[in-house]
Design a protein around this ligand. Structure first.
Ligand code: ZN
Length: 324
């Protein structure tokens, strides 16, 4: 009996087992909220916010070592909310609070600065972030929240200046490029072409990470046609795409059908898994916690090798950090 059990134990490890892919090396799309920003966004003045310590606990639960924290400062200039008094002071305070939070976990968290790129203080804040030891690593822009209309040449010109400056400062850019849903801006292939021709072309020397697979979370026809423009550019070896990464943050929704999942997987293959990053987004509810987010992503009909590639990709702005 003892012998038989031993035999089983010895044999077990070599039985073919379906190995689940490793947890992602990096969560490439995270957010923290200061108590003030959380109160602004939720309307609850007693909201505790989301601290670095909260995030570290959730990353630990998912087995994820590191995260790129995208400052929420832009939400102080959200276009579809009533203006806040002393807006720029709040923007600076939120960026600085985020910097102080990540500084508590220097081996695990890295922050990108943010602001609404249409505001008069945009370039001033970028220059200030560039000099900050925690915030100089990069910039996050949210076109939906800031209501950057890619069909409006004035908006595009303003954002282009921000891209040019970030490129000069060698600050990588993470961009939620889907235009405002609240304000019903047009979005699809035409807007993706504006992004490629006017904005990506203005930042040739820095990596750009397009968030949510060029969508706003979930996956619909507009997102798919925007993504199609990038897939086509990559297939043609368009030089403007050479430094472009994508994060698949909150793209997979619980309600998605096998057909939806199949379509997303096909687009991910077309873009190339080597450009694809895993991200969770703000841990505002248990469904958005990193552990749940990675479980949701694995519902995509990707091969174990493809899932492993996504889990182990490290974008250039996290490489020195991940080696520590
Ligand atoms: Zn986000």
């Amino acid at each position: 009996m003892r012998f038989a059990l031993c035999t089983i134990l010895l044999v077990l490890p070599i039985l073919p087992v379906t190995q689940s892919p490793p947890a992602p090396v990096i969560d490439s799309h995270q957010h923290l909220f200061s108590p003030a920003a959380a109160a602004l966004v939720t309307g609850n003045p007693n909201s505790p916010g989301i601290s670095a310590r909260n995030l570290i606990e959730l990353l630990d639960a998912a087995g994820i070592q590191r995260a790129l924290v995208l400052s929420m400062a832009y939400t102080w200039g959200k276009a579809s909310r009533a203006p806040v008094a002393n807006e720029y002071e709040h923007v600076k305070a939120e960026n600085d609070w985020t910097a102080q939070q990540v500084a508590q976990y220097p081996d695990r968290l890295r922050a990108f600065c943010s602001f609404n790129p249409l505001k008069p203080y945009a370039l001033e804040e970028l220059a200030r972030c560039r000099k900050d030891p925690q915030l100089h690593y990069g910039l996050k822009l949210h076109f939906g929240n800031s209501d950057v209309d890619l069909d409006n040449p004035n908006d595009v010109a303003k954002v282009r200046k921000v891209f040019e400056a970030a490129n000069r400062y060698r600050m990588p850019i993470v961009v939620h490029m889907h235009t405002s849903i609240d304000n019903q801006r047009k979005y699809g292939a035409d807007e993706a072409r504006v992004f490629l021709n006017q904005l990506l072309a203005a930042a040739p020397d820095v990596p750009v990470q397009i968030a949510h697979l060029a969508g706003a979370g979930g996956f619909n026809a507009a997102t798919e046609s925007a993504l199609g423009v990038f897939a086509e550019a990559i297939a043609k070896h368009d030089a403007r795409m050479k430094n472009v990464w994508f994060d698949a943050t909150v793209v997979v929704r619980p309600s998605m059908s096998p057909d939806d999942l199949q379509r997303i997987a096909a687009r991910i293959r077309q873009i190339g898994v080597e450009r694809m990053l895993y991200g969770s987004d703000a841990p505002a509810s248990p469904l958005a916690y990193p552990k749940a987010g990675w479980a949701a992503f694995q519902r995509l009909p990707l091969t174990p090798a493809e899932l492993r590639a996504v889990a182990t990709n490290i974008p250039p702005y996290m490489r020195d950090f991940a080696k520590r």
